[in-house]
Design a protein around this ligand. Structure first.
Ligand code: 4AD
Length: 581
């Protein structure tokens, strides 16, 4: 339509100025009506000239202004009447394009008509829906308010369940909603009057709603969460969710870029995977507390704001504490040590903070640190305790049906590691790395004293393919407080627990319990002992052999739930460049 209109309007100027002859220069012309057609301002093609619908009396004169090929021929600068064959060809093409334009115009008009009819139908439907008021049938028994986790126990009773529309399937006479309330998922079926309301027409994922009805077991062959569904008899929409560009599925599409997903983590958390990891996280925390309790360790809650370092000054977050220099804790270990004479063996679940410069998939700036400290033990006792703790925690977590199911979905190949766990001395690991041609970051062979780099450590752990207790690290690469091995003073009684796919998840050691030795440790690391007076006092007021460890909860979860990064294993990850949301 538009093409035809353009052609007709431009024809007027043309017929007034040059009714008889239209000039075409196949080389130098321009297919435009900007200038009136003339021998000096010719068109380029016959087809264009015809598209302007000239009167039948018009003749067409053509020329080629440039030297044609082969170059031996003279340029045909003179205009001559167009050849019959060229005119016929152009006419055929022109007629075809006129037919096509007419057809397009007709179908566009048809489409417009249909769209207008649809819009009208939709408007009437919305008006009818808006006028339709859904009423609760008062003859039905009062609905009992339940959480979805209690739905199996409430089959057959009239219930009401509040939650969010997790998934939605609309059929001609039925709407299927999978409702989510954090405790589970429940399929609800709506039909009849229930789908005639404006709310029903506008249902969308993440709308919050209270649905009343009766839960019935599904017949063989049909599937839904927990093998049942709620046949709805009434509902109330509590809060609508947006659609279109703002719909949750558009904003956090599964293939969305990582940073965008992290910006929208508050919405990502509503997904099955993200919330599944957090449910396992809660289960793991419960299991640690239970296992600690079973093994007789008491929970304490040390401060996060401190004035001492534990794991080196390089990763300290410093802040101004009423005019004094203070830090966010790197580890609660030193405080746990002070608890031993007061409370016996202790543990804590506390955030630790590390100003890590490097962005890796294993490092967070804030992470949940599970730390234990035990009095009157030897190094072997510490290793045995750690093995017992990890094994017990896994046993407790997998005995929880919800955690077991989520872990099966996230990490289908997970197997509880066999005991005893492999124990490997640092010195032997150095040999192992060289035998397997695994180099340092500088592409050199490993030598005793190297701080084994993350990449090499991970390669070794992945090849060995099971948990490793890597022990007896050299004094120089470990913290000031670690006890030396009496049989080999080059090394400490220290342990890192390494897991396939993740690397180090635990760091632990026996502590220097001798005052003089500890003073030497401060001196070696250039630490002023003054602010540590309370820690040093443990060696003055009845010292004892003791040791402990710290486990990074996010790394433990990354291993258990087979997540690529620890960022998926906490609620809102913090790392270099991210402190939002
Ligand atoms: O090996 P680390 O630094 O040991 C300590 O802090 C000891 N003072 C703990 C103790 O003996 N009570 O850290 C212990 C564990 C690591 O094995 C790792 O799992 C985790 O804490 N961790 C981190 N997790 C995430 N992001 C980081 N930046 C982490 N740094 C350490």
């Amino acid at each position: 339509m538009a093409e035809v209109e353009a052609a007709t309007s431009s024809l007027e100027g043309l017929t007034m100025d040059h009714p008889e002859i239209i000039y075409i220069d196949e080389d130098g012309g321009t297919d435009s009506t900007e200038h009136p057609n003339s021998p000096e301002t010719p068109y380029k093609t016959l087809l264009f000239a015809l598209s302007l619908l000239p009167p039948p009396t018009t003749t067409f004169h053509t020329r080629k202004s440039k030297t044609p090929i082969p170059p031996a021929e003279e340029p045909s600068l003179e205009y001559k009447p167009a050849a019959k064959s060229a005119l016929k060809k152009a006419k055929t093409l022109h007629d075809a394009s006129v037919r096509k334009a007419a057809k397009n115009a007709a179908s566009a008009a048809q489409r417009e008509k249909e769209a207008a009819e649809r819009a009208e139908k939709e408007k009437l439907k919305l008006e009818a829906a808006a006028a339709f008021v859904l009423k609760e049938d008062e003859s039905l028994p009062t609905a009992k308010l339940i959480k979805i986790r209690d739905s199996v126990a409430n089959r057959g009773t009239r219930v009401k369940v509040s939650g969010w529309i997790h998934r939605l399937r609309v059929q001609a006479h039925m709407i299927f909603i999978v409702l989510r309330d954090g405790t589970g998922y429940l399929q609800c079926v709506l039909e009849g009057d229930l789908i005639k309301t404006l709310d029903a027409l506008q249902f969308i994922e993440e709308t919050s709603i209270t649905i009343h009805g009766t839960i019935k077991e599904l017949p063989e062959g049909k599937t839904a969460p927990d093998g049942h569904e709620l046949t709805a008899d009434y509902y109330v929409v509590v809060g609508r969710a947006p659609g279109g560009d703002h719909a949750i599925g558009t904003i956090v599409a599964p293939d969305a870029e990582q940073q965008l997903k992290l910006d929208q983590r508050h919405l990502v958390l509503r997904g099955e995977q993200a919330s599944g990891v957090l449910k396992v996280r809660a289960g793991v925390l419960r299991a640690f507390r239970k296992a600690f309790d079973d093994l007789g360790l008491l929970e304490v809650t040390p401060p996060c704001m401190v004035q001492t370092q534990v794991e080196g000054g390089a990763t300290l977050f410093e802040f101004n504490y009423y005019g004094e220099k203070a830090y966010l804790t790197q580890s609660s270990q030193l405080y746990l040590e002070t608890c031993l004479p007061a409370l016996g063996d202790v543990f804590c679940v506390q955030e630790s903070f590390r100003a890590e410069r490097s962005v890796t998939r294993r490092h967070l700036s804030e992470y949940t640190h599970i730390e234990g400290e035990l009095a009157f033990i030897q190094f072997d006792d510490l290793l045995n305790h750690l093995e017992e703790m990890i094994s017990r925690v896994l046993e407790i977590v997998l005995a929880d049906p919800q955690c077991k199911e989520i872990i099966k979905q996230l990490n289908p190949d997970f197997k509880v590691p066999e005991r005893p766990f492999m124990r490997l001395k640092y010195e032997d690991a150095i040999k192992w790395l060289n035998e397997h041609d695994i180099k340092t970051d500088e592409d050199k062979d490993h030598v005793f004293g190297d701080d084994i780099a993350e990449a090499a450590e991970r390669k070794m752990t992945d090849i060995i393919g099971k948990p490793i207790f890597l022990t007896h690290f050299p004094v120089e690469i470990k913290a000031f407080y670690m006890k030396k091995d009496e049989k080999d003073p080059r090394v400490t009684e220290s342990v890192d627990v390494l897991m396939p796919g993740v690397g180090e998840i635990v760091g632990g050691s026996m502590r220097m319990d001798d005052l003089t030795e500890l003073m030497g440790g401060y001196a070696r690391e250039g630490i002023d002992p003054a602010p540590y007076y309370w820690f040093t006092d443990q060696r003055k007021y009845g010292t004892c052999p003791h040791g402990g460890y710290g486990l990074g909860l996010e790394r433990f979860l990354a291993w258990l739930c087979e997540r690529w990064t620890v960022r998926e294993c906490c609620l809102y990850p913090r790392y270099v460049g991210r402190c939002t949301p």
